[in-house]
Design a binder for this molecule. Structure first.
Ligand code: SAH
Length: 256
């Protein structure tokens, strides 16, 4: 007796839809969603599709009608609630375009709750395009079975970010100069500071002296080292997020 395939087959396409979903509702997809399902995935009437909305969770749906440029699906049931996301923000100065997209994609996979692009004195590269950035984040979430997306803030000047910094949030400031001083143990910083957190990473040219002082003047800032070697900004971002996720995030099994 052939084993009945697990429903939906793992290969069922999985899409983020930016509208609240609920059981039994019908949804019409057009544009890029329809193009992907109809032309790339060659989806047919009755085929299963997984949808998530970054609000309530992930649902199982199936195709009810197919047209040339759009299709409708009926939601059959909720598969999962939206996942809990560790309360970590990534504040990073934009670097060359495609590398900043890479940071946004990896930060999404690693589970940050918010990405806050920070305009600093030495920020290079063209202005970021939020919709392109968000498209990379969505694609990462779709492929990695995520049910939540980081929120994406508009590009914010460092001074403004510091002025409106939330009182209860620690700002782990990755300072590439601090290692030689013997200060800045990230491990100790994580032990000492629990609760809402953010990581701040500078641009390729680093922070200026005055920026370094301004950041350190913030009561919530904690200067941390990412080791004796200078890392590229994208490497630093991923390393710092990983350290926080292992130290204060949700990477350790509950009973560890
Ligand atoms: N100023 C140097 C390095 C900038 S690297 C240069 O001009 O190349 C970009 C950012 O990555 C830094 O601002 C810092 O936030 C982070 N970073 C890189 N290496 C680091 C290290 N060893 N420790 C802490 N932060 C680091």
């Amino acid at each position: 007796m052939p084993a009945t395939p697990a429903y939906p087959p793992h290969s069922a396409p999985r899409l983020f839809v930016d509208v609240e979903l609920n059981d039994g509702s019908e949804i019409r997809l057009d544009g890029s969603h329809a193009h992907y399902l109809l032309k790339v995935m060659r989806i047919k009437q009755g085929d299963p599709v997984k949808l998530f909305d970054d609000r309530t969770g992930e649902y199982l749906a199936h195709v009810t009608t197919v047209a040339k440029r759009d299709l409708t699906l009926l939601i059959d049931g909720k598969a999962r609630d939206r996942e809990a996301v560790p309360d970590l923000w990534l504040c990073a100065a934009p670097i060359k375009k495609d590398r900043f997209h890479w940071i946004a994609e990896k930060a999404t996979e690693l589970g940050v709750a918010k990405i806050l692009p920070v305009q600093t004195e030495r920020t290079q590269g063209p202005a970021i395009k939020p919709e392109k950035l968000r498209a990379h984040m969505i694609e990462a979430a779709e492929q990695c079975e995520r049910t939540a997306l980081p929120s994406l803030d508009p590009l914010t000047k460092l001074t403004a970010m510091l002025e409106q910094w939330p009182a209860e949030r620690h700002l782990f400031f990755a300072d590439e100069r601090i290692h030689a001083t013997g200060e800045g143990s990230f491990r100790k910083a994580l032990v000492a500071h629990d609760g809402p957190a953010a990581i701040l990473i500078g641009p390729e040219g680093g922070f200026s002296d005055s920026e370094n002082e301004m950041i350190r003047a913030l009561p919530q800032s904690v200067a941390v080292s990412l080791g004796p070697r200078i890392l590229r900004a994208d490497t630093a971002a991923i390393a710092a997020i990983s350290l926080w996720m292992a130290g204060r995030g949700d990477w350790n099994p509950a009973n560890a």
